[in-house]
Unconditional design. Sequence first.
Length: 204
Amino acid sequence: MTQIKLTYFNHRNGRGEVARLAMAVADLPFEDQRIAMADWPTLKAEMPFRAMPVLEVDGEVITQSNTINRLVGRLTELYPADPWQAAQCDEVMDAVEDILSRIVATFFIAGEEEKKKARAFLVNGAIPVYLTRLQAYLEQRGGEYFADNRLTVADLKVFVFLRSLRSGSIEHIPADLIDSKAPLLVQHLERLGRHPKIVAYYGG
């Protein structure tokens, strides 16, 4: 039996959560190593690129969140076999990674006023662009899924991102931004949120 271990921070947002969620949805057993923020400075040097998530499969290590998502997607049958559908899945995951990276960069801004300005710049520019483009893709592809006419890791990547954005936990980014800019994405978020395995994973 394949031995899988995922190492990521002990929270339910961010880059490592997608693979966790995919394995939970597919009932794929794995070791879920959760790292407390306080322990990260001492563990950082052990990681290949000084970053997480890190996935270990039968003793072999792989890094980079979307690479991990694709591998986990194949292991769980949540990644398309058809090359074009796989490319559409990748495109959506990479788009989310693009905008997520811009948002994450603001966490390292020291001054509160500077951070507020940086996030306001994103709220009035890049974030709506990405939300409306993702909404257009979803609509073009039938309105329910981003690739292959079924649940894939692309849907889970969008779900985790939107769930974080809509939680209101990121200061200076309005929780209702998605509602006003991309209501079809809200429907996608809420529909996946009712998936029995996702409900169970989040303790609903």
